[in-house]
Write a protein that binds this ligand. Structure first.
Ligand SMILES: Nc1ncnc2c1ncn2[C@@H]1O[C@H](COP(=O)(O)OP(=O)(O)OP(=O)(O)O)[C@@H](O)[C@H]1O
Ligand SMILES: [Mg+2]
Length: 430
């Protein structure tokens, strides 16, 4: 049920509808509306979410599933249990008594189409079913066709300054220039972001406005707030005043992702690692996570930790590990030791190229453009190819997170091996 690319796939063989409610009043409201849609009233069952999980674990999932969360003590957790038994493509509408926008966002992030607050009216129910049917019958009007599914690529630097924004900007630019995809670059480093700076643009107030007023975010807002870099690339970035903390529950970020999904063929998300802690839902829909590392001890430790975190928080995502600023001379940690510690290979190596970086800074262009004929372009293009391939199905799956096995503890064991042993104190040796 989680963010299906093509919700219609496999829909023909299923029951059109079933519901699992907690009380008779909800059942009575549901039955006539179900009948209006041509669905059997017997498909309205009792037992709420618990029964839904039990039933779906032994039978095929319907196209539209209505599930009542009223009796659930931990709706979010229970929804995840449902996700395990629910087949992809099922559109889930939930209902419950908890009036909390955070829960709503989290539910939507975990693949729920809609959440109806009880008591709700027959009209609200009809609206929810109409939206569900639209989702099943095909893509939204301004959504890219299914031949070109949306790509959400998240770029995360495991340490500060490893070059994550440099890579995000170049990947976004190449997505437009080389892959011909309309692309949004969303830079969530609200105070210190370089998404606009790197393209010689004024960031504008769009992103700060969005964070301050998430309810204003819609297609039109996106159209107005995004700064155009070229025909294929638009940027949303900010330089919020340093004395102005950004107070947000993260709903704006989530909504921006949603709108960009509708308006662009690719979203490149420059995601500061500190935000992973606060807003883990930002990677829930990411198709690809580009993890930028450098060959140092600290980056090794944090690469291990972030890769492990991604396994739990973005299991759907293909991970591409990119080592940046790699020199031909000696590194703090060798590539071999680094790969041994993270228990997977580095997918792409980008050389340290101060000449290309200087050129990019001087021209206000992405490094992939400014250093066009330099060595740095090829690996950047490789990232774009791998990213697109991960979504259009032509990838080999060898480098996905799934291949990285073993325990975190074991990996730290490897890491420890890299660290110079502390000399024993005189006392100890005496
Ligand atoms: N391959 C490279 N060769 C030379 N310089 C590079 C390379 N990649 C990035 N840089 C330079 O490194 C600096 C830091 O890059 P960038 O701002 O992209 O890092 P970041 O990981 O986004 O940092 P932050 O943690 O501040 O977000 C920039 O000056 C950039 O030009
Ligand atoms: Mg950055």
């Amino acid at each position: 049920m989680n963010a299906p690319f093509n919700p219609a796939r496999g829909a023909a063989l299923r029951d059109p509808f079933s519901a699992f409610v907690c009380d008779e009043a909800t059942a009575e409201l549901l039955r006539p509306v179900a009948v209006e849609h041509g669905w059997a009233p017997e498909k309205v069952n009792k037992g709420g979410l618990r029964n839904a999980v039990q039933s779906l674990s032994v039978s095929a999932s319907p196209n539209i599933l209505f599930v009542d969360l009223s009796e659930s003590g931990d709706p979010l957790n229970d929804i995840n249990a449902l996700a395990e038994v629910c087949e992809p493509g099922t559109v889930v509408i939930a209902a419950g008594q908890v009036n909390d926008v955070r829960l709503y966002r989290d539910l939507v992030a975990s693949g729920i189409q809609d959440y109806l607050l009880k008591p709700f009216s027959a009209e609200q129910l009809r609206d929810a079913f109409a939206n569900a049917q639209l989702t099943i019958s095909g893509p939204r009007v301004n959504e890219p066709s299914s031949e070109r599914p949306h790509v959400l690529a998240t770029v995360i630097g495991v340490r500060g300054g490893v070059g994550a924004s440099t890579i995000a900007t170049s990947v976004a630019w190449l997505m437009g220039d080389k892959a011909g995809r309309s692309t949004a670059l969303l830079d969530l480093d609200v105070h210190f972001g370089t998404g606009a700076l790197g393209l010689d643009l004024e960031p504008g107030r769009g992103l700060t406005d969005a964070i301050e007023n998430p309810s204003r975010i819609d297609g039109l807002f996106i159209e107005r707030a995004m700064v155009r870099a070229n025909e294929k690339l638009c940027v949303l970035s900010a330089e919020a005043p340093i004395n102005q903390p950004m107070l947000t529950d993260g709903s704006a970020y989530f909504q921006l992702q949603e709108e960009m999904r509708a308006a662009f063929e690719t979203t490149v998300l420059d995601l500061p690692r500190s935000m992973l802690v606060q807003h883990p839902h930002l990677v829930h829909d990411a198709h690809v996570c580009i993890i930028v590392v450098e060959l140092t001890l600290a980056a090794t430790r944090d690469a291990i930790r972030i890769l492990s975190w991604l396994k739990a928080n973005a299991p759907q995502s293909k991970v591409i590990v990119v080592a940046n600023r790699v020199t031909s001379g000696m590194q703090e940690i060798s590539r071999k030791d680094f790969e041994k510690s993270i228990e997977r290979q580095i997918d792409v190596i980008i050389p340290f190229d101060p000449k290309a970086a200087a050129q990019a800074a001087k021209l206000g262009q992405p490094i992939a453009k400014a250093g066009k004929n330099m060595k740095i372009t090829q690996p950047l293009t490789q990232i774009v190819t791998m990213t697109v391939a991960a979504v259009d199905g032509s990838e080999d799956s060898t480098s996905s997170t799934a291949t990285a096995g073993g325990s975190l503890l074991g990996k730290f064991g490897n890491l420890k091996g890299l660290m110079a042993k502390k000399p024993k104190s005189d006392k100890a040796t005496a």
